[in-house]
Design a protein around this ligand. Structure first.
Ligand code: CTP
Ligand code: CA
Length: 225
């Protein structure tokens, strides 16, 4: 009912959203990932579609149903997420990066399963390489969409998040205390732009992620007008 009644504040707007963790392979049976559930990103995709936007959701490995009316692209690694996002990004009105992208990947994924050596020899050392920064790459396009970053920080929330916003050259960052929020159904958000800060929910405390997503989409609609 809420979906049907939602004001179509994003009609005619194209939104690209990343969500979930990434999975960086070590060998055919192992890899490095994180505890992002994807719930916040999927809630935002749903809220944006309810508001009438044309939504593309690039998702890392998560177990969540695709929100109604949303075009979903599944990926595994950060590089795959980057390669899915970049060709689409220039055609969007907004880009919302909620994914918990792995900062590093094993420099090479082994073709065959790593085996323990005979006689219990030493444990392998995994050399790492840096992944591309998807959000910074989109923000650096000649005519970038309106870019919204997410920052989960364990301390000095506002300071660290605003430094990140400026470093990536994006107009808006959404800060939350992580990793305490991973997998939960509720959250508390702090929106930070060059002008100042705004808390969601407005009254303080916590709210479920779909409620927060709808508030964020309301805010974004105003910024895109
Ligand atoms: N992000 C991205 N690609 C990456 C890393 C991060 O698109 N390779 C995006 C995230 O989706 C998020 C924002 O950048 O919207 C901030 O991510 P975060 O991990 O907090 O920032 P980093 O720049 O990676 O800094 P650090 O992890 O060292 O705090
Ligand atoms: Ca990071």
């Amino acid at each position: 009912v809420e979906a049907f009644l939602a004001p179509k504040t994003l009609r005619g707007k194209k939104l690209l959203i990343t969500a979930g963790p990434t999975f960086e392979p070590i060998d055919p049976v192992r890899g490095i990932t994180n505890h992002s559930s994807g719930k916040m990103g999927f809630a935002i995709a749903r809220a944006a579609a309810e508001a009438g936007a044309e939504v593309t959701l690039v998702a890392g490995p998560v177990h969540l149903p695709t929100p109604r009316g949303v075009q979903r692209i599944d990926v595994q690694s950060a590089q795959q997420m980057h390669d899915a996002v970049l060709p689409l990004a220039a055609h969007q009105h907004a880009f919302i990066a909620t994914a918990a992208v792995a900062d590093w990947r094993p420099a090479q994924a082994h073709e065959h399963k790593l085996k323990k050596a005979e006689g219990g020899a030493t444990a392998p050392t995994i050399a790492m390489a840096e992944n591309p920064d998807i959000l910074a790459a989109v923000a650096g396009l000649p005519r970038p969409p309106y870019c919204v970053g997410f920052a989960a920080e364990s301390e000095k929330l506002a300071e660290h998040a605003d430094a990140k916003r400026r470093r990536k050259g994006i107009p808006l960052i959404v800060a939350n205390l992580g990793p305490a929020t991973f997998g939960r159904d509720d959250n508390a958000l702090l929106l930070i732009d060059a002008q100042g800060r705004r808390e969601l929910p407005e009254a303080g405390g916590r709210a479920d992620k779909l409620t927060l997503a709808r508030e964020l989409i309301k805010e974004l609609s105003q910024r895109l007008r």
